[in-house]
Design a protein around this ligand. Structure first.
Ligand code: OFO
Length: 173
């Protein structure tokens, strides 16, 4: 049976992952409406991934005898000046998510809940990957600056990156 402190912390993470999904959906919509179809496809896919991250925690809490609940979410940002700003905010958000996962991991050690600590390892690894790929994308965007041809190329690259299906198998582990 999961401890109340851990259940509460995990439910907070359910909320954060759900917010991530909404945030990336809002960003995807902005990209689609502003001439970046590749970035839009990439962010729609990220939004789906975040939903999988959320579901995985929901199932885990319930499987351990807790109760996964949903909370009210703040409205995501709807207006961006350019693609650089979008990905700067993605980067900032991913760093925030990483630190929230680390905080819960620390709590599991203090509470001696090694099972949940083990469960969180998947998220720790996922955050390493996400931060690294977002930082590479942001570097490229910063490099091309205002060059339209360069930006077109990046958008195509993002489109190619979005082709891989969202792995529900991983989320269902
Ligand atoms: Fe859920 O990994 Fe990004 O936020």
């Amino acid at each position: 049976m999961i401890k109340k402190t851990i259940e509460t912390a995990l439910n907070e993470q359910v909320k954060r992952e759900e917010f991530s999904s909404r945030l990336y959906l809002a960003m995807a919509s902005w990209c689609e409406a502003n001439g970046y179809p590749g970035a839009a496809a990439f962010l729609y896919r990220q939004s789906d991934e975040e939903r999988m991250h959320q579901l995985k925690i929901v199932h885990y809490i319930n499987d351990r005898g807790g109760y996964a609940t949903l909370m009210p979410l703040p409205a995501p940002e709807l207006n961006y000046h350019n693609l650089k700003e979008v990905f700067e905010q993605v980067m900032e958000h991913e760093r925030y998510i990483t630190s929230s996962i680390n905080d819960i991991y620390e709590l599991t050690l203090n509470e001696k809940d090694y099972t949940t600590g083990n469960f969180l390892q998947w998220y720790i690894n996922e955050q390493i990957e996400e931060e690294s790929s977002m930082s590479k994308i942001l570097d490229k965007i910063r490099l091309v600056g205002d060059d339209k041809a360069g930006m077109f190329h990046i958008d195509k690259e993002l489109e190619a990156m979005s082709a891989a299906p969202v792995s529900s198998a991983t989320a269902a582990e």
